[in-house]
Structures are given as structure tokens and as C-alpha cells.
Design a protein around this ligand. Structure first.
Ligand code: GLY
Ligand code: MN
Ligand code: MN
Length: 487
């Protein structure tokens, strides 16, 4: 009994040490996790095939400044690699290299470069990828040119369409473009633009259609390790909502409110946002993906709609709260708010493994139509209208609109339920409703019998929101008089 325990203990220590860079957090997913993901993908590949994944390109913002780099989520899911200019091959069957080595996956990565690293940060390089990410076959990307697998022998080469992608453009993405050019040449990809690429196999064994479905089925069901990451992202995002509820006052700017959320995200080590933050007061809330957040002073009478998600170690939350700036919902705001809340709760009632996604949408839609009719905002429940112009549910994970199948809910999916009502100025209803926009969005883990409500720590009912707004915030006294126009 003693020996296996000791070995296991040592190997856990080794894994944690291996994953750790100096001065970096040490709670990233381990190389064991990524290796398992690749094994699961291999199980789903057709016979005699290879799947190919390209890293996201670096994109230029202006002059010598690049956009902040973010890895392609499929690539990250299978490798944990966060750098550009890389290429991954996963083979269904083992291959044999010229020196007789057997392998079933190979990765090409950007090389170490002392001068570049002084400017833009540490790189793993081929050895780092072997050591930290658990690849046995890892090479610098300059080696790809000499990589001499005969791609014509495969029944299918599965890859994602890059036809309309910046990676296919030498101006924007030079190193990645070179890799793409080499890939095309090795696989006899037709050079001419082929508009049918996305809908049918290009030629012989090239298949740009099948990999998405395979990845949807993999990524749509979360592992325990992923759930830990999502729970953390959700918890941090809820903390942002709570802090804003405590801190909000009429006269604050949308930008300032966005900043409070994002300060909390960073305080708790979220590296990024899952999507640009949406903070819209009054009629700005009617713009579904309003990201200007430029209103300098939110008014006493407005609601403010706040849709934000912290991204923690690659995984994002997606949570919306809508609250009254002055701390108390007006009667009209409350009526609309309660209606959206009821729509969300009706969808929660049908939310469990086996339920069709469409049932959740129908539940929200029925409540909203009935309620809008009762309030006199529409004339008949069946009227066509634009007060609820979006769907109600999507997967979250490495993407805010994550990969996943959309037929029926399955255990260990993580989804949002996000009904909303938006009544822009000049709508064809009593003007007392104009400018009211409410979305309530929560994150749920699907279980066999129902769901776990992951984002319940952000108050959601009228009573709980009004109570939270009454509490003081640590930020209440934060003012620099020389910058504060109000002083
Ligand atoms: N935050 C984008 C969405 O709710 O889908
Ligand atoms: Mn959403
Ligand atoms: Mn959202």
C-alpha cells in the first residue's frame, strides 16, 4: 500500500513544480489534463486521419504595437499553450519517424529568442513545451518545413477553415502565414480561393467540415478541472457585481462602474475579460452589446445594465445584473424587472439533462409575451415585437459563446439563461416604459436532475438588490479632488 501512495504523491509534486514558472500563479490546469483532452479527441477521430490545429495569429494594432494576444480556444484546450505561431497535429494512429520513433501527436512552436523575450516576455520553446505541457514530440516551427510526413496517405486531414482568416494573410500574420503556406503545400491544398470550402471537402482528403462538430461535442461537456476554473471565474464576476451594487451612486460614469467590476476581476487574478464589458445606463441598455460605456454621468432615475465576465485561466463567466442607480426600482422598472426574472425562473424549472435547448427559450418567450400583453406594451401575446430580440441560452467555457452541441442539455454542460426586455425611446407603447432595459443572466451547471446555479452569489431579486445597494463600499471615499469634476 505504501509504495503506490508515495509514487502518486511524488508525481503530484512533480506536476505542480513542472507547471510553475517563476513569479506565476501555480494553479493552472496540469499537463495531464491537456494530454487527456488530446486522448479524448483521438478517440473521436475517424480511422486513418489526422487533426490539425493552428494557433491564433498576432494582430497588429498600429505601428509596433500588437493587439493583446489571446490563444485560439481549441488550441488552448488541447495544449495549454498560450503563444502564437504554433501548429499541432493529432494522429488517429501512431506514426513512425525516420529514426523509428513512434508518436501520435506533434507540435511546432515559436522558438526561444533571448532578444525577443527581453521585449515581449518568456517563451516556452520546444524544450519548455516538452517539459511543461507534456509533449514528447515538440519542435521549433522552423522545423515544419522539413517535416516529411506523407499527408496523401491519410483518408482525411481534418482542420478548421482559415480561408477568410487573418492567418491566411501575409500582411497581418507573417510567421503564422508561413506555416499556413507550408501546410497548404504539403497537403496539396488548392491555391485558388475556393468559396465552397466551408461546405464541402476541398480536395481528396482535406476536410474542413468535421472537426468543428467533434470539438463541439468535446468542449460542450466540462470536466471536473474545467468546472473548477469556471466556478472561479463566476465567483470573481459575482464579486464584481456585488461591489458595484454597494458602490453605485447617481453621477458616476459608466466607465467608472466598468472599472469597479474590472478592478475586482484583477484583484482576484482574472487575467482577462471573456468579452468586452457592457455597462449601459438607461436607453444605452437597449443596445445589446453596448461596449462604448461612455456616458459621463448616470442619472438618478435610470437602471443600469451590466453584462460582464471575468476570464480566469482561460475560462469565462457571463453574468448580467440590472440595478437602479438610485437604489430603488421605480414601479415601471420593477414591473419589467419582475417579468424578466419570472421568465428566467420558468426556464430554470425546465433546465435539466435531457431537456431540449428550445424548451428553455420557449419558457422565457411565453412569460415575456404574456407579461408584455398584461402591461399593455403589446396588444396580443402573438404580436411580433423586438422587445426580446435574442436567444436565451448558450454554452460558456473557454469562449463566452462556447463550443457545444445545441440539441439537448447534457450533464456537465455549463450554460447561461439570459432573458431580457428592452424598450427603446420612441417605442410604440406608453412612454412611461421608454428607456427601460433589463437583462438578467446567470450561469448554470447542468446536472442529471436539474442544475447548479453557479452565479447565485450576485443578488438577483428586487429585494436583495435593493438591500445590497444600501451597504457601504470600500470605494465610497475614493476621490482625487483635482481630477473630480464634482468637487
Ligand atoms: N455577454 C454576451 C452575452 O450575454 O451573450
Ligand atoms: Mn450570454
Ligand atoms: Mn452576457
Amino acid at each position: 500500500m505504501k509504495l503506490p501512495f508515495t509514487l502518486a504523491f511524488i508525481s503530484i509534486l512533480f506536476l505542480q513544480a513542472a507547471a510553475q514558472e517563476p513569479d506565476q500563479p501555480n494553479d493552472f490546469l496540469t499537463k495531464v489534463f491537456y494530454k487527456e483532452r488530446r486522448e479524448k479527441l483521438r478517440e473521436k477521430l475517424p480511422a486513418n486521419s489526422v487533426a490539425v490545429f493552428f494557433a491564433n495569429p498576432v494582430r497588429n494594432r498600429a505601428n509596433d504595437v500588437e493587439y493583446v494576444y489571446h490563444q485560439d480556444p481549441d488550441f488552448f484546450y488541447l495544449t495549454g499553450y498560450k503563444e502564437p505561431d504554433a501548429l499541432l497535429f493529432i494522429f488517429k494512429e501512431s506514426q513512425t519517424s525516420s529514426n523509428g520513433t513512434k508518436y501520435d501527436e506533434i507540435i511546432f512552436v515559436q522558438p526561444r529568442n533571448e532578444r525577443a523575450e527581453q521585449w515581449t516576455g518568456r517563451r516556452l520553446g520546444d524544450n519548455g513545451v516538452k517539459d511543461k505541457l507534456g509533449f514528447e514530440q515538440a519542435f521549433n516551427n522552423s522545423e515544419f518545413k522539413r517535416y516529411n510526413v506523407d499527408f496523401s496517405k491519410f483518408t482525411s486531414i481534418l482542420f478548421m477553415d482559415f480561408q477568410n482568416d487573418v492567418r491566411n494573410n501575409p500582411r497581418d500574420s507573417s510567421d503564422m502565414y508561413d506555416l499556413i503556406v507550408q501546410f497548404k503545400s504539403k497537403t496539396h491544398y488548392p491555391e485558388k480561393n475556393n468559396p465552397t470550402l466551408a461546405v464541402e471537402p476541398i480536395k481528396n482528403n482535406l476536410d474542413a467540415n468535421s472537426l468543428e462538430g467533434i470539438m463541439d461535442n468535446l468542449r460542450g461537456i466540462k470536466t471536473k478541472e474545467e468546472l473548477d476554473m469556471i466556478r472561479k471565474a463566476v465567483k470573481i464576476s459575482c464579486a464584481g457585481q456585488v461591489e458595484v451594487m454597494k458602490a453605485i451612486k447617481p453621477g458616476m460614469s459608466e466607465r467608472e462602474i466598468e472599472g469597479i467590476h474590472e478592478f475586482v476581476f484583477k484583484k482576484y487574478q482574472a487575467e482577462d475579460l471573456g468579452y468586452p464589458s457592457i455597462v449601459g445606463a438607461g436607453h444605452n441598455g437597449c443596445i445589446l452589446h453596448y461596449i462604448d460605456n461612455y456616458k459621463p454621468s448616470v442619472s438618478n432615475k435610470e437602471l443600469i445594465l451590466m453584462d460582464l465576465g471575468a476570464e480566469f485561466h482561460g475560462y469565462t463567466a457571463d453574468i448580467t445584473r440590472t440595478i437602479p442607480v438610485n437604489g430603488k426600482f421605480s414601479p415601471e422598472q420593477k414591473q419589467i424587472y419582475e417579468l424578466v426574472l419570472k421568465a428566467q425562473e420558468e426556464a430554470m424549472k425546465v433546465c435539466k439533462a435531457g431537456a431540449p435547448f428550445g424548451d428553455l427559450y420557449k419558457a422565457t418567450r411565453d412569460v415575456i409575451n404574456k407579461g408584455l400583453k398584461e402591461l399593455g406594451i403589446i396588444q396580443n401575446e402573438t404580436d411580433k415585437h423586438r422587445y426580446y430580440p435574442h436567444g436565451c441560452c448558450h454554452h460558456i467555457g473557454l469562449d463566452v459563446h462556447d463550443r457545444g452541441p445545441y440539441e439537448t442539455l447534457q450533464e456537465n454542460m455549463v450554460i447561461t439563461i439570459e432573458p431580457g426586455i428592452y424598450i427603446p425611446d420612441n417605442s410604440a407603447c406608453d412612454k412611461k416604459w421608454w428607456g427601460i432595459a433589463v437583462r438578467i443572466e446567470d450561469d448554470y451547471l447542468i446536472t442529471k436532475d436539474g442544475y447548479e446555479h453557479l452565479s447565485s452569489s450576485a443578488p438577483r431579486t428586487v429585494k436583495d438588490i435593493e438591500a445590497m445597494i444600501k451597504l457601504p463600499s470600500a470605494l465610497d471615499d475614493f476621490v482625487l479632488p483635482e481630477l473630480d469634476k464634482k468637487n
